[in-house]
Design a protein around this ligand. Structure first.
Ligand SMILES: Cc1cc2nc3c(=O)[nH]c(=O)nc-3n(C[C@H](O)[C@H](O)[C@H](O)COP(=O)(O)OP(=O)(O)OC[C@H]3O[C@@H](n4cnc5c(N)ncnc54)[C@H](O)[C@@H]3O)c2cc1C
Length: 311
């Protein structure tokens, strides 16, 4: 059915390991890529009408794909146009987030420079409300254009239900982000470039650009939501903007340096797991389960994955 829709690149038994930064994952039955909004909408309608399972991916930088792959269709929206008019920047979901950030900087527009160096696509960043250094992409979003399953719609920021690493798009997994508009503020491009360069330098020390990983595996925790007996064990110096890093609990629970096969927790950051080469999703999932169990046993606390599973 998908082969009959013009504008789609359809591939069968596509190895998803090639589409994830972990370099892990078996094949998708079908991989569909397109930069056409109408072709993506038609594909989605056809899949839904047939009751066929599907999933959406972007840059694969926050994904754990099962060793067996995905029995269904994986969709990738690849349009990557970026345009600016006044203080409004519009970018398509397939654009690399870092390219969007650099585009804004080069036009002297402030507001998203702290997102510099976060890997992945704009669509993935909107889906997970990506952020760093006390800021998140939601702050400057004016509208998001998406397919709600059958129709293309545009909603304002309030409708996106953004919270920490969460959005309505994450809660409604069948929606596909197509584009976003940002309200940005005029600023000196050189100053913005310096801010971004400092951030990227710091990030590259923590996440070497060739490291096969997904950034932080677990979400940080809101101090206000911790049980009083757990909160009492958190030194004040470990609380930033009301949050406690998951790494704090993981480190106390002995996570650093733990491994399963070729999957390892780094010895300098307890919330960073990487594939040292030839690792499997089975080992990755087992190591994540072990870390959760360690934190549960030590603190009675349930860590929640930031990373997303497919298959
Ligand atoms: C080294 C490293 C450092 C990182 N640092 C940070 C950080 O500082 N802050 C942070 O927030 N994240 C960080 N991450 C995680 C990751 O970069 C973000 O989550 C990113 O926004 C994911 O984008 P992606 O395109 O790769 O999404 P993918 O990994 O492909 O997908 C992630 C989720 O988004 C969904 N998705 C993707 N595209 C779309 C779309 N068009 N429409 C609807 N849903 C979509 C997928 O279904 C999936 O559930 C880091 C990752 C790495 C590897």
């Amino acid at each position: 059915m998908l082969d009959e829709i013009p504008g789609l690149r359809v591939r069968r038994f596509a190895p998803l390991a090639d589409y994830t930064r972990f370099g892990i994952g078996g094949p998708a039955d079908v991989l569909v890529e397109t930069g056409s909004e109408s072709a993506m909408t038609e594909a989605l309608r056809a899949l839904r009408a047939a009751g066929a399972p599907y999933a959406v991916i972007g840059g694969g930088t926050n994904l754990i794909v099962a060793d067996a792959g995905f029995r269904g269709t994986v969709l990738r929206y690849t349009s990557e146009q970026i345009a600016v008019e006044g203080g409004t920047l519009r970018a398509d979901a397939g654009a690399v987030l870092d390219t969007v950030v650099n585009f804004a900087i080069s036009r002297g527009l402030a507001g998203i420079e702290t997102l510099a160096g976060i890997p992945g696509s704009l669509g993935g960043a909107v889906h997970g409300n990506a952020g760093a250094y006390g800021h998140a992409i939601a702050e400057r979003i004016r509208t998001v254009r998406f397919i709600d399953g059958g129709e293309v719609r545009t909603i304002g920021r309030e409708g996106c239900g953004f919270t920490y690493r969460d959005s309505v798009f994450k809660r409604r997994g069948e929606w596909i982000v197509l584009a976003a508009e940002f309200d940005l503020t005029p600023a000196n491009p050189d100053e913005l470039s310096r801010t971004a360069a400092d951030i990227v330098e710091t990030r590259n020390r923590k996440f070497p650009p060739t490291m096969k990983c997904a950034g932080s595996i677990f979400k940080n925790l809101l101090l206000a939501e911790l049980a009083p007996c757990v909160a009492a064990q958190v030194p004040e110096s470990k609380v930033r903007e009301g949050k406690v890093a998951a790494a704090f609990f993981l480190e106390q629970a002995g996570a650093k340096g733990r491994s399963r096969g070729a999957i390892r927790v780094t010895d300098y950051h307890a919330n960073l797991i990487y594939n040292d080469g030839g690792g499997t999703a089975a080992d990755l999932v087992a190591l994540i389960a072990e870390l959760k169990e360690r934190v549960r046993a030590r603190f009675g606390l349930e860590l929640e994955e930031e990373v997303q599973y497919l298959g």
